[in-house]
Design a protein around this ligand. Structure first.
Ligand code: ADP
Ligand code: MG
Length: 342
């Protein structure tokens, strides 16, 4: 790039370290990387064999000595060294100008501990950061959804990820009320597997279950519901078998998860101070994260809370876009970032 001598800051980057997907945003370039948060490890040598897309393809297909690990699966970092390696791998992949030292903002689940937060910063320094920051996921999501987070007005964001759902009310640049539950898209997949096993004696893999959810999953009945042909292993014969699954069955299977998400929204509304609650009545709730794409989930939440519910424009990207905006508008938004000096 001809102008690279003069745009060192152009490599500043934001990373959304999600439980299901990791995204990287580079200043002035936008989202440049979007891959599953998965690492395949050789358990004999402890070597990482693949990261991201390549590693996700291995889930459920690995020989016994390879383990596909999702280091943030439940919103806490349960495989710390693996998470660190993954973060460094993704940053390295996009950080091309090695002589420039970028600012790096890493968005972390709000449930992680202070120690984990510092270790995430450390991993960013190891990967070449000049300064590393962390930002809480709901704050990043709200900024990415274009909500007026710095104003004296309340905004509510609901981020439904793979391993967690985070509900937060934000005003004056801070989180006023929040609730994080360890329930999200993964649990829906698990419930679909259980249902199909119980009702059809058929064993499904997690990736098939996820595809079914995306294709015909829903939170509320709607017109012309589709069905889907699903292939798994018959538990009686041990052979592959295909069945027809209806949208109503899938909805039943995931109902408990969906109602846990709706309850988290209701509890947070209950705990919201009255002035802010009045703002929410006016502005409505924004839902984001991959789970916001579940069909008619917006209508279900609207029906059960009596609030106006909007789906974010790009649910899978709002967190990384919001973190990226903190770099683009550093002067205005830096108060929402956390950083321990290095
Ligand atoms: P995280 O931030 O935890 O990495 P994401 O926001 O990337 O999570 O969302 C991933 C979750 O969203 C997965 O459980 C995935 O199955 C789910 N998801 C993605 N697209 C859809 C869809 N169209 N319908 C329902 N769920 C979806
Ligand atoms: Mg997320």
């Amino acid at each position: 790039m001809a102008d690279s001598m003069f745009t060192v800051a152009g490599q500043d980057m934001a990373v959304d370290l999600g439980t299901a997907n990791t995204l990287v945003y580079v200043r002035n370039r936008g989202v440049v990387l979007n891959e599953p948060s998965v690492v395949a490890i050789n358990t004999f040598t402890n070597e990482a064999l693949a990261v991201g897309m390549d590693a996700k393809r291995m889930i459920g297909r690995t020989p016994s000595y390879i383990q596909a690990i999702r280091p943030l699966r439940d919103g806490v970092i349960n495989h710390f060294d693996v998470a660190e390696r993954m973060l460094r791998y993704f940053i390295d992949k996009v950080h091309r100008r090695r002589w420039s030292k970028p600012r790096i903002v890493v968005c972390v689940p709000s449930g992680i501990t202070g120690v984990e937060r510092r270790a995430v910063e450390e991993a960013a320094y190891q990967a070449g950061a000049r300064r590393a920051y962390t930002i809480d996921e709901p704050m990043a999501a709200a900024i990415g959804c274009g909500m007026p987070v710095s104003e004296p007005k309340g905004s509510m964001v609901v981020d439904i990820g793979g391993g967690t759902t985070e509900v937060a009310v934000i005003a004056l640049g801070g989180i006023v009320v929040s609730k994080s539950i360890r329930v999200g898209g993964d649990e829906m997949d698990g419930r679909i597997i259980e249902w199909v096993k119980k009702e059809h004696n058929l064993l499904l893999g997690p990736r098939t279950a996820e595809q079914i959810k995306m294709m015909i999953g829903s939170a509320y009945p709607f017109n012309d519901e589709p069905g889907a042909e699903v292939c798994g292993r018959d538990l009686m014969s041990g052979l592959p078998k295909t069945i027809l699954l209806t949208a109503a069955e899938v909805r039943n299977a995931i109902e408990e998860t969906v109602s846990a998400i709706v309850d988290a929204v209701r509890v947070t509304l209950d705990n919201t101070p009255p002035e802010l609650a009045a703002d929410l009545m006016e502005l409505g709730i924004v839902i984001t994260g991959g789970g916001a794409l579940l069909q008619v989930l917006d209508q279900r939440i609207a029906y059960e809370t009596g609030m106006l519910v909007k789906i974010a424009e790009r649910p899978l990207q709002s967190v990384v876009i919001g973190s990226g905006r903190c770099l683009e508008q550093y002067e205005v938004l830096h108060p929402v970032l956390a950083s321990t000096s290095h």
